[in-house]
Design a protein around this ligand. Structure first.
Ligand code: ZN
Length: 367
């Protein structure tokens, strides 16, 4: 398997500040470079980077940003970034020069997507920063400035004439920006698996299913806090796979966060690096069935400096079909709670039966 890997040192220069606030002592911001840098370093030390196809990002153009974001919002980020930085929205600080870095993150996800569509690589992982799945049309949120994956999907649609795209977001937080981008769209099936009620608040409920013709083309799967590998595997088997097979996309994009890991300070889920390996293999199998394996991962959240590197390594090992000699010393696959629990199964089966009713087999059209 030829797997593309996209990275740029400039991603690490996006400055989110000290996280200081009233009654909060200055410290590293949760969204700091270290989780991603350490993931890249582990990939290098393991020898895996050398076996991947190197992809180099470019900045997204302003025309490409305007496919989703408003002129006013783009100008606001540019102006603030040219001086000393500011806020893209709640909880979304940035420093001088982050406009260019955020364009490099959006452009990087576009390059990774084009590399898969052109056949240069079979699949790809874009280790970009800042993340993108919370960014809305006219405001940044949750550490995200521009909507990397949504913009890549729009690029694939407009330039590569890809008619049907599925996004499968397994970051522990709801992919509200991707949802907004395609909420009335029948050509992009947006799926988000996240912790119920976590972030953004009051967002990501199952009842948010799309509007107009786009109804049923947005699937939110809000899992209860404490879900482990069994719940995630059942979600993919019973909800994601049937929906994607029915929709039959030509491309799958994965907003990939590692903040559903057992070690994450901003999530309350139980996934391990071995979970991420197996879940990636499941998505790879699904992509093999429906779109010739064309799948692109774009990095979102994940805030454990020690553990994200192992989750990222396992994911890219699975994508590439290669195995390094690195052993995960941080995860606990024997931790109680990994099996599918009855309350999780009831929820998953309820959503699965709704999705089954909503899609006619193989037609991709809602009833
Ligand atoms: Zn997240």
């Amino acid at each position: 398997m030829a797997t593309g890997f996209l990275w740029h040192e400039k991603y690490m220069w996006h400055d989110t500040g000290s996280g200081a606030a009233e009654n909060i002592e200055p410290d590293e911001h949760f969204e700091n470079p270290e989780t991603k840098r350490r993931m890249k370093n582990l990939l290098d030390v393991s020898g895996l980077t050398d076996k991947l196809i190197r992809l180099d990002p470019r900045m997204a153009t302003e025309d490409e940003l305007r496919r989703f974001h408003t002129e006013d919002y783009i100008n606001k980020i540019k102006k603030l970034s040219d001086v000393n930085g500011g806020l893209a929205g709640p909880n979304t600080p940035f420093g001088k020069g982050s406009y260019e870095i955020a364009k490099l993150a959006a452009g990087g996800t576009i390059v990774a997507t084009e590399s898969v569509l052109s056949g240069k690589v079979d699949n790809a992982y874009a280790l970009v920063r800042p993340p993108g799945h919370h960014a809305e049309r006219d405001i940044g949120r949750g550490f995200c400035i521009f909507a990397n994956v949504a913009l890549a999907a729009m690029h694939a649609r407009d330039i590569w004439k890809i008619e049907r795209i599925a996004t499968i977001d397994w970051d522990v937080h709801h992919g509200n920006g991707t949802q907004q981008a395609f909420y009335n769209d029948t050509n992009v099936l947006t799926i988000s698996i996240h912790q119920d009620g976590l972030f953004p608040a009051d967002s990501g409920k199952f009842e948010e299913r799309g509007i107009g013709e786009g109804e049923n083309f947005n699937i939110n799967i809000p899992l209860p806090a404490g879900s482990g590998h069994g719940a995630y595997a059942a979600t993919i088997e019973r909800i994601v796979a049937p929906a994607v097979q029915s929709f039959h996309p030509q491309l799958i994009l994965v907003p990939c966060g590692f903040d559903a890991s057992v070690c994450d300070p901003l999530g309350r889920m139980l996934l391990t690096s071995e979970s991420y390996r197996q879940l990636t293999e499941m998505l790879l199998g699904l992509a093999g069935n429906v779109c010739d394996g064309k799948i692109v991962f774009s990095h979102e959240g994940g805030y454990s400096k020690r553990y994200v590197p192992f989750c990222g390594l396992a994911t890219i090992e699975a994508l590439s079909g290669l195995r390094t000699e690195i052993t995960d010393l941080g995860g606990r696959d024997d931790l109680p709670g990994q099996d599918l629990a009855p309350h999780q199964e009831i929820l998953i089966d309820e959503i699965a039966s709704h999705v089954k009713r909503a899609f006619l087999p193989k037609s991709g059209q809602p009833i």
